[in-house]
Design a protein around this ligand. Sequence first.
Ligand SMILES: Cc1cc2nc3c(=O)[nH]c(=O)nc-3n(C[C@H](O)[C@H](O)[C@H](O)COP(=O)(O)O)c2cc1C
Length: 183
Amino acid sequence: MSEILIAFFSSTGNNRYIANRFAKELQCDIEEIKPRFDFHVYLFVASRYPWLYLGNNPLMHLPAGYRKVVLCGPIWMGSYLAPLRSFVINYGGDINQLYFVTCCGSSEENSKSKYGYESVFSELKNTSTNRSIQCYPLSMSLVVPDAQKDDNETIMKARLSDENFSGEMLNRFNEIKKRIASD
Ligand SMILES: Cc1cc2nc3c(=O)[nH]c(=O)nc-3n(C[C@H](O)[C@H](O)[C@H](O)COP(=O)(O)O)c2cc1C
């Protein structure tokens, strides 16, 4: 068994792509988080109202068996998504070192806005019993052409692939990977 577990939730594939790359390049185990009720409307509502706990299906790899856990998942409407929250509620206390990597739409420039990743990072840190959490964004704005970096629709529709996973996106991914490997 490896010392790192990659756990991910992904709806349109970007976080799956990131998670698979981490697993391949760090040569570690990978686990897909599957919500018990995998309907967008449920997930939206449960993300907005955290008391409405929906939960996930049981995992094949239990986080307690690993020294480091990397959680990958998206942000929707500025919310800390229910499947990610459920994972942290259920297993956060068992994890020594937790990394949250979100492949999301918001960029550094709007990270503190209503739909930016900063509020999700704060919520995750404030609601988890795990005190050793590092959060990293990988914005999809890094893979769209310069002329479309302010076009939300283009960013939302962008999908990661071996063709566009390059440049600054690849540099940042490599920095995070190095950090995880060396901790
Ligand atoms: C309905 C919806 C709402 C979204 N809202 C946000 C948001 O508030 N902030 C953000 O940074 N990205 C937002 N995004 C962009 C996603 O986080 C981004 O496309 C992500 O890479 C999707 O991950 P996935 O392909 O693994 O599901 C949203 C995407 C969708 C489909």
